[in-house]
Design a protein around this ligand. Structure first.
Ligand SMILES: Cc1cc2nc3c(=O)[nH]c(=O)nc-3n(C[C@H](O)[C@H](O)[C@H](O)COP(=O)(O)O)c2cc1C
Length: 145
């Protein structure tokens, strides 16, 4: 049984190329011990990562990733479990810098990141507006009592 998770997140603070490479280097070492493979891409201040491996190991890793202070606003794009074939059998964690890579083939990934970022900004604004409106209504009701 294999599990695969795709997510995007935003840097919590500025991260240099060296710091991103360090994350990938340490991940590669640890993932090899846990039979985890995948890719870690960075574009602007956004990470896009795919991790795949035994379900228990992926759950443990993702719990750690969610708590990692180097990034925030983690949005899970997809979770697959089953008799999956690995997408990245040869990479324990391949790091790709989408800002410096000139590969045209990576254009769809850039488009996904831009689309998710734009949508999440809209959703964030709407959620804030809704929360503000709901609070106003609640306070209004309270003052009438
Ligand atoms: C964007 C991002 C991707 C990461 N990917 C991995 C990964 O694939 N494998 C891994 O072991 N740690 C990864 N980490 C680091 C984990 O969040 C965490 O620091 C690490 O698993 C803790 O390991 P330790 O308990 O052995 O110190 C990533 C961190 C970030 C910010």
């Amino acid at each position: 049984m294999l599990k695969r998770i795709h997510y995007i997140s935003s840097f919590a603070q500025d991260l240099s190329d060296d710091e991103i490479e360090d994350i990938a280097r340490q991940a590669t070492k640890k993932n090899a011990e846990d039979e985890i493979t995948g890719v870690l891409m960075a574009k602007g201040d956004v990470f896009f990562q795919i991790i795949e491996g035994p379900e228990e190991n992926i759950d443990r890793l993702f719990t750690n990733i969610l708590k990692d202070p180097r990034h925030e606003k983690i949005i899970t794009l997809g979770i697959q479990i089953g008799d999956l074939k690995r997408l990245f059998p040869d990479w324990n964690m391949k790091e790709i810098n989408l800002d410096t890579s000139t590969s045209e083939r990576l254009q769809p990934v850039r488009a996904i990141i831009d689309a998710v970022q734009a949508q999440s900004a809209i959703i964030e604004n709407l959620t804030e507006a809704l929360a503000a409106a709901a609070w106003a209504e609640l306070l209004d009701l309270t003052t009438k009592e």
